[in-house]
Design a protein around this ligand. Structure first.
Ligand SMILES: Nc1ncnc2c1ncn2[C@@H]1O[C@H](COP(=O)(O)OP(=O)(O)OP(=O)(O)O)[C@@H](O)[C@H]1O
Ligand SMILES: [Mg+2]
Length: 306
C-alpha cells in the first residue's frame, strides 16, 4: 500500500502587490512511498522538497494536483495523527524544555498517564537528549534542539515518519545517532520519507529515492535498480610499464599517470579496457588491478539534478 501518494502536485507561491509575483516551487510532481520502505527525497537547494513536505502535512495548500496520506486526501486530518513530522528548522518556544515539548506532542497524539511518561523517557533517551531534558530550549544548541524535535516526532510511535533534513545541524556523532534511530524505526516496519543533502546517508539508509530538480521529479525508483546500471568506467593499474607503452597509452588518449612504479589510467567502455590490457600485456607490463565502477548516487545526482 502507498502511504504517500502524490499525483501531479503543484504549488505556486504568490506574493507582492496584488499577489502578482509568482514562484512555481512544485510543478506537477508524482511519486509514491510504499508501506515499510525508507525513501530519500533529494534535490538541490530550492528544488521544492520542503514545499512538497509541507503540502503533505497540510501546512500549506497545493495549487494543483493532489496528494494522499494513508489513502486520505490532504489536508488529511485523520491520517495526520499517524505521521511523525520533523520540520526543516524546528522552532521550539525558548522557555520550553525538551521534556515539555515531547509531552506536549504526546498529549496532542492522545497519549497520557504512565504510557506518556514512559514513552517520553524512551524517546529522549534514544535521541540523546535525556541528560538535558529539563533545560530550557533557549540554552540548548541547534543540534540538541534538532534531537528534541525528533524525539517529539517519535513519541506517539507513528507508522509514517516525514523528516525534513533530519541530519542538518548535527555533528558526525549526532548524524550517526539519527541514522541509527532511522534504522531502528525501519526494523520496526515503519515507513520513512526524509529529505537530505547527504548522499551517503541515502546510500546507507534508503530503499527508494525521489530526486527533484526545479520543482520536477527527474528520477524516482528503487535505489538498487538506479545503482545497478552499466559499468561506466574502469580504473586500471599497471606495473613495469616501458616508456614506449606509456607513450602509446598517452597517444591513445588514456591520460596515464605514473606514481611510485605504478601507472594508473581510467577508461570508459569494455572495448577500451580490452585494448589497454592487450597493449599492456604485449609490451610486457604487469596488470596490478582492474576495478570496474558503476554509477554512484553522486554521479546520478550530478547528471540529473544539476
Ligand atoms: N513562502 C514562500 N513564498 C514564496 N516562495 C517560496 C516560499 N517558500 C519557498 N519558496 C520558494 O519555493 C522554491 C522551493 O523552495 P523549498 O523550500 O521547497 O526548496 P527545498 O528543496 O526545500 O530547498 P533546500 O534544500 O534549500 O531546503 C524556492 O524557489 C523558494 O524560494
Ligand atoms: Mg528545504
Amino acid at each position: 500500500m502507498a502511504l504517500i501518494d502524490v499525483q501531479s502536485l503543484e504549488k505556486t507561491y504568490r506574493s507582492g502587490l496584488f499577489r502578482r509575483t509568482a514562484v512555481e516551487a512544485v510543478k506537477g510532481i508524482s511519486f509514491t512511498v510504499t508501506d515499510g520502505t525508507v525513501a530519500g527525497f533529494l534535490g538541490p537547494n530550492g528544488s521544492g522538497k520542503t514545499t512538497t513536505l509541507k503540502m503533505l502535512l497540510g501546512l500549506i495548500a497545493p495549487t494543483g494536483g493532489s496528494a494522499f496520506l494513508f489513502g486520505e486526501r490532504v489536508p488529511a486530518v485523520k491520517a495526520r495523527a499517524r505521521v511523525g513530522f520533523l520540520p526543516e528548522n524546528p522552532y521550539v518556544y525558548p522557555y520550553l524544555t525538551p521534556r515539555e515539548l515531547v509531552v506536549m506532542h504526546g498529549r496532542l497524539s492522545g497519549l497520557s498517564g504512565r504510557v506518556l511518561d514512559r514513552r517520553t523517557d524512551e524517546v529522549l533517551e534514544s535521541t540523546g537528549v535525556l541528560y538535558a531534558a529539563d533545560r530550557q530550549a533557549r540554552s540548548l544548541s541547534k543540534g540538541m534542539l534538532q534531537r528534541a524535535s525528533l524525539a517529539a516526532a517519535l513519541v506517539a510511535e507513528p507508522e509514517l515518519l516525514i523528516l525534513d533534513e533530519p541530519m542538518s545541524g548535527l555533528d558526525p556523532v549526532g548524524r550517526k545517532d539519527v541514522r541509527d534511530i532511522m534504522l531502528a524505526q525501519r526494523a520496526l516496519g515503519r515507513t520513512i520519507f526524509f529529505s537530505t543533502h547527504i548522499l551517503n546517508d541515502v546510500e546507507s539508509l534508503c530503499d527508494e529515492v525521489v530526486i527533484l530538480r526545479s520543482g520536477k521529479v527527474v528520477e524516482a525508483g528503487k535505489l538498487r535498480e538506479l545503482l545497478g546500471g552499466d559499468i561506466i568506467r574502469t580504473d586500471i593499474s599497471l606495473a613495469k610499464v616501458s616508456e614506449a607503452l606509456f607513450e602509446t597509452l598517452r597517444n591513445n588518449g588514456h591520460d596515464p599517470i605514473a606514481r611510485m612504479g605504478v601507472t594508473s589510467l581510467r577508461v570508459a567502455g569494455e572495448r577500451a579496457v580490452r585494448e589497454v590490457l592487450a597493449e599492456a600485456l604485449a609490451a610486457g607490463a604487469d596488470v596490478v588491478e582492474v576495478v570496474p565502477h558503476r554509477e554512484t548516487l553522486e554521479d546520478i545526482f550530478m547528471r540529473r539534478a544539476h
